[in-house]
Design a protein around this ligand. Structure first.
Ligand code: ZN
Ligand code: ZN
Length: 370
């Protein structure tokens, strides 16, 4: 169910300051990563702004490059690197080729039909790699998992007036770093980033002592029942968020929900492991856009990190990527793999076999004889 966010009557002053401070910082159009002011200075002096990258031919080299896009785990568009800003993103419509065609950019919440405590924060029209952060509202407080470049006043209004106040933003890996420092300042909440991906944080030099940026490794409890877990693979710090919904208190007897509330564990996987289009299995990719798989050891590490957790649902960081038990016992494909933990086990075996490996009885990798 989509919910439109209405203009909020009260936006905190510190949020307006944060937005204004960062309004003109350069943002890569292809991946949504925000850069410090120094990156912008290069662009201004190049006088390439407004020109089509193709029109300048070899001269397009003087447009600043985006290291995140130049890395093989992303891609620099064939048409050339383009830049925008938070100010441009919010005042005009879609950028790049879609400019002028689409509707004004806005946020909508895609509330999960099974568990209304989970909402995807959708940017429309999409931007970057269509990063879709997820809002998770636990009894103990709310969290935003992952980030996106666009930040609107209605979204700030919504996130600063939640019934369960926002307690933090946690990010799976560098492809979701986007404008997270602006988000953290505007929402005045801690920003959890994995230490092993620090070199990819493009605004490292902009982090002030007063910024509640928390660097972590291994795993980190964010609150009751909610933790981030480092799996590595796609990036050294690639992580998942685990929510053990069994830790949630029972609803008060005089205010029972109209339908059962899920109590099983759920994994928010980003692309540390990616829900396949069939929504029956996972892919383990080092580069998603270039379709380069992870090595067997990296797949095994993800598996050994997650196999002890109790969960039966999983979702990647884009809409409509779920593995979850069927909601209907009359489902005709009861043989289908709809348990996320079982899907993990089977996907690991399938992937390893495709790469020429299997697991022995001790869980060690054994090369298959071809
Ligand atoms: Zn980029
Ligand atoms: Zn990624």
């Amino acid at each position: 169910m989509y919910v439109d966010l209405k203009p909020s009557p009260s936006i905190p002053l510190h949020a307006l300051d944060a937005l204004q401070d960062d309004a003109l910082l350069p943002i890569c159009v292809a991946c949504g990563t925000q850069y410090p002011r120094s990156h912008q200075a290069v662009r201004s002096s190049s006088e390439t702004r407004g020109k089509s990258p193709n029109a300048s031919g070899a001269g397009s080299r003087d447009v600043p490059e985006c290291p995140v896009c130049l890395d093989p785990r992303q891609y620099a568009p064939a048409s050339g690197q383009q830049w925008t800003t938070l100010a441009e993103l919010s005042k005009d419509q879609a950028s790049g080729e879609e400019k002028g065609k689409g509707q004004e950019r806005k946020h909508r919440l895609l509330v999960d039909e099974r568990d209304e405590r989970i909402s995807m924060i959708v940017t429309e029209p999409g931007f970057g790699i269509n990063q879709t952060p997820i809002l998770i509202e636990t009894a103990d407080g709310s969290y935003v998992w992952d980030c996106a470049a666009f930040l609107s006043l209605p979204l700030i209004g919504h996130l600063t007036s939640l019934k369960r106040p926002l307690k933090g933003i946690a990010i799976s890996h560098p492809h979701f770093f986007s404008t997270s420092l602006t988000w953290s300042r505007a929402l005045n909440v801690p920003l959890y980033l994995n230490e092993d991906d620090k070199e990819w944080y493009q605004r490292l030099g902009d982090i002030r002592e007063s910024d509640p940026v928390i660097w972590w490794t291994g795993y980190r409890e964010l609150g009751r029942g909610v933790k981030v877990i480092q799996c590595g693979g796609h990036f050294p710090g690639s992580s998942v968020l685990y929510w053990d919904r069994l830790t949630e208190p029972a609803p008060p007897k005089d205010d029972l929900p109209t339908k059962p509330t899920p109590v099983s564990g759920i994994l928010f996987t980003a692309d540390t492991l990616m829900v396949q289009p069939t929504q029956r299995g996972f892919s383990f990719l080092w580069s998603v856009p270039n379709m380069i798989p992870l090595r067997p050891k990296a797949i095994l590490r993800i598996y050994t990190t997650l196999k002890h957790l109790s969960f039966d649902e999983a979702t990647s960081s884009w809409p409509n990527k779920w593995i979850r038990p069927s909601s209907s016992s009359s489902s005709s494909d009861s043989e289908a793999n709809d348990d996320a933990k079982k899907a993990l086990e089977e996907s690991v075996i399938l992937y390893l076999a495709a790469e020429g490996w299997r697991l022995d009885e001790n869980g060690e990798l054994v090369e298959l004889v071809s």
